[in-house]
Ligand binder design. Structure first.
Ligand SMILES: Cc1ncc(COP(=O)(O)O)c(C=O)c1O
Length: 304
């Protein structure tokens, strides 16, 4: 079955879901997007969208920064996402990509006078990282994280992702699974597509939003799950050297899920195995996201 894409309120076939060459967002990156997962629970025979409300809230917050406006309320947009998952009815884990962007027109930076377009599509997505079970080998990127005064890192602005792509390509081509970017002042910020957590002496730590991170929704879930399990959680500035000396290290993200890290720049983390608290939080997250933990059922929207 060919996938269907929702574009400006109408369903089109996957092969027809194209944009015009003069689209402002293609030239200048003036789009905001989201990345959402829906997990197919075989036993329940249901597809659960994870934290739909929070993703739509973030999308609308970012749209405001780029002055994008579409004729849908947040609730209508959330309903449209559910409908896209339903219409495609994929009985497997999927990634949902909503995108809102400045459309086609004549050359020039000032975007007004063009349409504000949107699209929503789904694609099958298993593991984002092949080595998620064994643990990832990461490096500290030679690229600094963009800072809020230049290009807001807190939201998913398409153009800002050039920074992330540069870091990811450098890491992979140097033999690593992923990069960790530092702020321009040299403090730990985040992965190319994930937030980062450290565990030291039983305390779970993650950089604050003021250190140029994306305000991750999985990050928020892990903070809640950690606290609910009695772990002390601290959001604080983290130095580069702490990465090398911590007991445990892991990434969080919608695509990357909860991904243990076992080395940084070739330095082994802890004893080189996935840490106990990382393991516990990873299991807790998957149980919640797959609909196997009633306590967190408010995080899920059943699509079909
Ligand atoms: C740069 C960056 N940081 C962190 C994240 C994790 O955010 P979330 O947990 O909301 O998916 C993402 C996710 O796409 C990202 O692109």
């Amino acid at each position: 079955m060919s996938r269907k894409v929702l574009m400006n309120g109408a369903y089109v076939a996957w092969s027809d879901a194209t944009v015009h060459i003069s689209t402002h967002a293609l030239h200048y990156g003036t789009a905001v997007f989201e990345g959402i997962r829906a997990y197919y629970n075989d036993e329940a025979g249901q597809s659960f969208i994870v934290r739909l409300t929070e993703h739509v809230e973030r999308l609308y917050r970012n749209m405001r920064v780029l002055r994008l406006n579409i004729p849908l309320t947040k609730q209508e947009f959330a309903n449209a996402i559910v409908d896209v998952v339903r219409q495609n009815a994929l009985k497997e884990d999927v990634y949902i990509r909503p995108i809102v962007y400045w459309g086609a027109g004549t050359v020039g930076l000032y975007p007004y006078g063009r349409a504000n377009d949107y699209a929503i599509y789904v694609e099958p997505m298993g593991k984002y990282f092949d080595d998620i079970d064994a643990g990832l080998k990461v490096c500290v990127s030679s690229w600094a994280r963009i800072s809020d005064n230049s290009l807001p890192p807190t939201g998913k602005f398409a153009g800002a992702y050039v920074n992330n792509v540069l870091a990811k390509v450098e890491a992979v081509q140097n033999g690593y699974d992923e990069a960790i970017l530092l702020t321009k002042d040299g403090f730990v910020s985040e992965g190319s597509g994930e937030n980062v957590f450290l565990v030291r002496n039983g305390t779970v730590m993650t950089p604050p939003t003021s250190d140029d991170i994306l305000e991750g929704i999985t990050r928020d879930a892990i903070i809640t799950l950690s606290a609910d399990r009695g772990h002390k959680v601290v959001e604080r500035r983290i130095s580069r050297s702490e990465l090398y000396s911590t007991d445990e290290l892991f990434f969080t993200g919608t695509a990357g899920e909860v991904a243990p890290i076992t080395s940084v720049d070739g330095i082994v983390i802890g004893d080189g195995a996935v840490g106990a608290i990382t393991h516990e939080l990873k299991d807790a997250y998957f149980n919640a996201a797959r609909g196997n933990e009633p306590r967190y059922s408010q995080w899920l929207t059943s699509a079909f």
